[in-house]
Design a protein around this ligand. Structure first.
Ligand code: SF4
Length: 704
């Protein structure tokens, strides 16, 4: 349900604070020092005519065909005179039209029925139509037919452009001879509701009040003076340019509203629970969103949104933990009896959704926030952009009230023990940590029962649109195979887009199963090549991994169902040898793939920020080493040849690395942790970090 204080049945225009600020700066003394002050009728009419035609967000055509331009006290004055002019005729209005007419005029009838079907005009009718149309914030329905009909039956047609100044993408062509008058005002577009003025275009040769007042200069000329002042500063596109993207778009999207062309209004679909509350004349359910737009402007005028808290679950079987994604801070461990549904609807989950509805970063999303604000690149949240999302709701998340994107981590079975890994992701690393609890600390066992599966219809069902699986290593994990089989046997697989992260140590029968899914995104975990790779991803051999990746590309590059990406964990251990491995990796990814003519296999590799475990983050590097890295990368950038086919990609990654080394600030405690853990790990894994790069010897001996 919409908050009725923010989403109103009134459709008042957006009032920008700049309007008032500029009004306060008006040169009243200068104006009042002139003899015959405010004698600006002609200047006003010229200015407002030019102002209307200065729009670039809309098109206005045909006003030149009108002989008379009269100043009016807002469009309401034009209506009042028209009521008098046509008092012996019946007024015809479209449903949803400006309510003032209905309050003032007794003799009226609609131009359409409750289903929106057009009811033709008759000879003794006259018509007012707002354009943009008040009913839908767009162009009025049946307008071409209505104009032709009015002309044929000699029915006067008044065009009310009062909402001009609040709209975009509206095509106003008043060339049709049926149109007898057109009026504009400055009330809605540039915030002059309390100092009204406007213009009427017509061919009337009469002595009715508007013409009399113009002839005798009995006009609100103070308002005209102020109007000129405001028009000098604010064009007719000020509101749509400032508010449409992102504020208006975000408010509509986050509150399940349909956009219109007018920035203070949105529409509701028939299945919206508030449809009847906002229904006008049985036809249009229209919502005044000015207060919501104002709140959005005040809360975050550049709103961000992530679909994960509305659509997605990250589930780890041990210790039965859930989150909306793998990078969110503060995973929830479900206690006995607690279900996924309980977590999905609990207060913290609702709070994260509410934060995104108002376009602000929840605390738990600090990693994505840092990536976007400091590194200036897309964060993990972009990975959720394509997940379908209908009926955004703080409590239920989405229309189905459960997640459709499932990131499933059955256990930690793995065949590698990578440097930056932790027990949660590799049973071999867990074994190493268990062997040296004084170095790595104690933790509860993370291995799970081999024959027990934790997924059920709460997690994976016919509505699942994406299944993400990663390690341990999925290709060697029977549990992962059982999940795949579960999807295949229940006929879910054909509609599920699968994402699997693998270390490419093998290309086994897992690939026969994944072939049954709707699409398959393979992410290769590669943090370097050659010696750097082999140091980090012990005991894998780079030669074999490279062979497997090439074999995969050879086999699947013709198959549109498959995509290949790279997950690269950028960390101190591979940071000093970037010159040895980066280009080989990028050449494999971009050039080998290009040879295979499969562009989808060349999508940008994702670089993952390392913030855990302690001792492996950039917090181990004193400032001089960070500077050394930055200089090294800058030198590499300067040496990239302009005719290098992947010059752009090389520069992109080096630029990124320059930013990433600053992700954590140096701490001696962190460096000491590196020393203890690295020495212990090297002994356990029979590796030697000092052979990778001399800097590591310096770091191991570094003292403060
Ligand atoms: S913004 Fe990032 S951390 Fe937050 S839910 Fe989205 S993907 Fe996860």
């Amino acid at each position: 349900m919409l908050d009725k204080d923010l989403f109103q049945t009134k459709h008042n225009a957006i009032y920008d604070p700049e309007f008032q600020k500029h009004l306060a700066e008006a040169p009243w003394k200068e104006w009042l020092s002139k003899p015959g002050y405010f004698e600006v009728r002609q200047e006003y009419l010229k200015k407002i005519h030019e102002w209307i035609h200065s729009t670039e967000a809309n098109v206005v055509k045909g006003l030149a065909r009108f002989k008379h331009r009269d100043m009016i006290n807002g469009t309401t004055q034009a209506f009042d005179e028209a009521y008098y002019r046509y008092s012996n005729k019946r007024l015809r209005l479209l449903r949803g039209e400006y309510a003032y007419h209905k309050r003032v005029v007794g003799n009226l009838s609609y131009l359409d029925d409750e289903n929106g079907n057009y009811i033709p005009v008759e000879e003794n009718d006259w018509v007012i139509v707002s354009y943009p149309f008040c009913g839908n914030g767009d162009i009025p329905p049946h307008f071409d037919q209505l104009q032709d009909d009015c002309l044929k039956k000699n029915v006067p047609l008044l065009l009310d452009c009062a909402w001009f100044g609040t709209c975009r993408d509206i095509y106003i062509d008043v060339n049709h001879p049926a149109i007898t008058e057109v009026c504009f005002s400055l009330t809605k577009g540039i915030g002059l509701g309390n100092i009204r003025s406007g213009i009427r275009y017509s061919n009337y040769e009469d002595n009715l009040p508007i013409r009399q007042q113009n002839n005798y200069n009995h006009l609100p000329l103070g308002a005209a003076q102020v109007g000129i002042w405001q028009m000098q500063k604010f064009g007719p596109d000020f509101i749509p340019n400032k508010y449409y993207d992102p504020i208006y778009k975000h408010v509509c999207f986050a509150h399940n509203l349909k956009e219109t062309n007018c920035m203070m209004m949105a529409m509701l679909d028939k299945d919206h629970p508030d449809y009847n509350h906002y229904l006008i004349d049985g036809l249009y359910s229209k919502v005044g969103i000015r207060e919501a737009v104002k709140k959005q402007r005040q809360t975050n005028p550049d709103p961000i949104f992530c679909r994960a808290p509305f659509t997605s679950i990250y589930y780890r079987e041990k210790p039965n933990s859930v989150a909306f994604c793998c990078v969110q801070k503060g995973r929830k461990i479900l206690s006995t009896g607690e279900t996924v549904k309980d977590w999905w609807q609990e207060k913290n989950s609702q709070q994260m959704r509410e934060d995104f509805i108002w376009g602000t970063w929840p605390k738990a999303c600090s990693e994505c926030q840092w990536t976007e604000e400091n590194a200036g690149i897309d964060s993990d949240r972009r990975g959720f952009d394509k997940v379908p999302l209908e009926n955004i709701n703080i409590n239920t998340g989405n229309k189905l009230a459960f997640p459709q994107y499932v990131d499933y981590r059955p256990d930690n079975l793995c065949n590698l023990m990578c440097t930056m890994c932790s027990p949660g992701n590799s049973n071999l690393v867990e074994k190493m940590w268990d062997a040296m609890p004084d170095i790595f600390g104690k933790h509860n066992s993370l291995a799970t029962e081999d024959n027990v599966d934790f997924y059920d219809t709460q997690l994976i069902n016919k509505h699942t649109v994406k299944l993400k699986v990663l390690g341990g290593e999925p290709t060697i994990n029977k549990k992962v195979h059982r999940v795949f089989n579960y999807c295949i046997e229940n006929d879910f697989a054909k509609s599920v887009n699968l994402s699997m992260t693998t270390n490419f140590t093998n290309l086994n029968s897992t690939y026969n199963l994944i072939d049954k899914f709707n699409s398959v995104g393979i992410q290769a975990s590669l943090d370097g090549t050659g010696d750097t790779y082999e140091y980090i991803r012990r005991p894998a051999k780079w030669k074999q991994i490279k062979k497997n990746i090439k074999e995969f590309i050879d086999k699947y590059s013709d198959n549109d169902k498959y995509t290949l990406g790279i997950n690269l964990v950028f960390q101190p251990v591979n940071a000093f040898t970037v010159d040895e491995w980066l280009y080989e990796l990028l050449e494999l990814h971009y050039l080998y793939n290009t040879e295979k003519k499969h562009k989808k296999f060349s999508k940008t590799p994702s670089v993952l920020l390392i913030d855990y475990p302690a001792g492996f983050t950039f917090g181990i590097l004193p400032e001089k080493y960070k500077e050394q890295l930055k200089q090294q990368y800058n030198k590499m950038i300067s040496e990239i040849k302009s005719n290098d086919p992947i010059a752009e990609q090389k520069k992109y990654y080096l630029d990124l690395f320059i930013k990433y080394v600053d992700y954590q600030s140096y701490s001696f405690k962190e460096l000491n942790s590196f020393k203890r853990k690295t020495l212990a790990m090297d002994e356990y894994k029979k590796t030697d970090i000092t052979k990778l790069h001399p800097v590591f010897k310096e770091l191991l001996e570094y003292e403060e």
